[in-house]
Design a protein. Sequence first.
Length: 375
Amino acid sequence: MSDALPAVKPACPNFSSGPCAKRPGYDVNQLALSTLGRSHRSKLGKDALQKVITDTTELLNLPEGYRVGIVPASDTGAMEMIMWSMLGPRAVDICYWESFGQGWYADITKQLKLENVNEIKADYGQLPDLSKVNPSNDCIFTWNGTTSGVKVENADFISESREGLTICDATSAVFAMEMPWEKLDVTTFSWQKVLGGEGGHGVIILSPRAVERLETYTPSWPLPKIFRLTAGGKLIDGIFTGATINTPSMLCVSDYQDALNWVKSIGGVSASIKKSQANLAVLTEFVNNNAWIHFLAEKETARSNTSVCFSVDLTDAQLKQFITLLADHNVAFDIAAYKDAPSGLRIWCGSTVEQSDLEALMPWLTWAYQSVSTK
């Protein structure tokens, strides 16, 4: 093992890809706590929920008529709710290149048992041929593959004259990547990702076309109460104005509001995106200067600037030692590749991560590699 430890450690060693690092300067004692112990259906509770919905809408600069709702069970709950409520009237193109997208495919074919489903897939590190997307079909895809580090390069594959709906899982993309909202009919995310919020809650963003689908289509299968977005053939408006389907954690809501306030304070989503891109640049320079570590994403323009995945020239046993060494020295926590992904590393570099912490981490990666590879 190398004895020469790097001189500087990251001030915050949290590089997990979810829940992600808290925003710089975060202090739980600064949260507004007046809603705690109060009903979420009180005026105070509804006002707090409405404010995070309004601030999300404004910060993301959503088009006129788009609706934002808070739903249970994180991004997974949001995606399941949408699939069970909206799929069925059209054929479905499911595009995936990592584990979560593959999970949506499994749910559509094995749980909903839809028959007219087109699988458009690629291996980890690659994007599928998105030109195969049929504008007559509904299309489901992840904007950024959290477990593969591969994002879509742009939205050119989505037709402006499409007949089907686009359903985008953007949980590790929204607030960190440019989102072409006019081409996204349904978008889901969880604030535990890019904004470092607490887990358990999901967000859905609906276009007017998505609302129309909900109000004109009734699935043939039964819907659990927790999935129902309509009543009597009309959108349940309260979901999008602060009256949630189930009881939310008002502490988590306050935590999300704190994150939104921070995004405002640094200059909005454009600044958040630039911060994340600058973080990726630190990792890119390191990979370019070290032959033993490689981006899992083969194409530079498809490389994630949030969940950055790497392959490493180490055996699985050495890689485990590598990861343990960094954690034992309080330098980097939770950076192992996702359990279903190829063996390697995954380092979150969204905007809540400071560039200086990534710069401090890089010499430690070299130290850990030299320590385990020479054994």
